[in-house]
Design a protein around this ligand. Structure first.
Ligand code: DC
Length: 205
């Protein structure tokens, strides 16, 4: 059976999760946020600083729960100011990126549904063979405003800027626009409009 695979990459606070969840619902696919894996590893390493990366055993179960060395973390533990910057920091490491990429490829392989997945290198590195690769963008001021409304981690414009710079300028899998991708700047658009554009493009695939 042909299972749809759509990747959404872009900077922080741009609306990747909102778009991905809406699309997944519409297409009867699963949605997964790859940043959660980096956040889980960051949280684990903060609690267990003595742990070596090669001793990390990461998996995603059928309900899309993340398990790292028999531990899982709640949403509130993963979405904090401390984890925002720690996850961006550890995401620079090649060995950590390899563990995450392997788990994501295995997730797609074992899933019975299609997959809409968001992150920073989904279309460029992990799933370059996706049916549709989207790069979602928006003005930093608009992203900071949306972020403050949506989340309780009070990530300011300055924090977003630092995290974006980290994610765009690292050596390993930096955030960039994937080849043959659909670029959407949603600074002045609502998500209904964005979903419409994406669905029109999916029809053309
Ligand atoms: O999408 P997010 O804010 O939950 O991601 C947290 C951090 O994880 C982000 O600042 C960079 C890193 N990340 C990454 O390097 N590659 C991904 N595909 C997803 C997230």
């Amino acid at each position: 059976m042909m299972r749809i695979l759509v990747t959404i990459d872009g900077p922080s606070g741009v609306g990747k999760t909102t778009l991905g969840s809406l699309l997944a619902k519409d297409l009867g696919a699963s949605f997964f946020s790859s940043g959660k894996l980096y956040r889980t590893i960051a949280s684990y390493l903060l609690h267990n600083p003595e742990f070596l990366v090669h001793d990390l055993s990461l998996s995603i179960d059928n309900e899309l729960n993340i398990i790292l060395n028999d531990t899982s973390f709640s949403e509130s533990e993963l979405y904090s100011k401390e984890i925002n910057s720690k996850s961006s920091e550890i995401a620079k490491q090649k060995d950590i990126r390899e563990i995450v990429s392997k788990s994501l490829l295995s997730l797609y392989e074992h899933l019975s549904t299609g997959l809409i997945i968001e992150g920073r290198d989904m279309g460029t590195v992990v799933f370059p063979f996706a049916n549709l690769k989207i790069y979602l963008d928006a003005d930093i001021k608009v992203r900071a405003q949306r972020r403050l409304k949506q989340s309780n981690d009070s990530e300011t414009m300055k924090d977003l800027q630092i995290r974006d710079e980290n994610d765009m300028n690292r050596d390993q899998s930096p955030l960039k626009i994937p080849e043959n991708s659909l670029y959407i700047d949603n600074t002045n658009m609502d998500m209904v409009e964005v979903v419409k554009i994406v669905k029109e493009n999916l029809k053309l695939q």
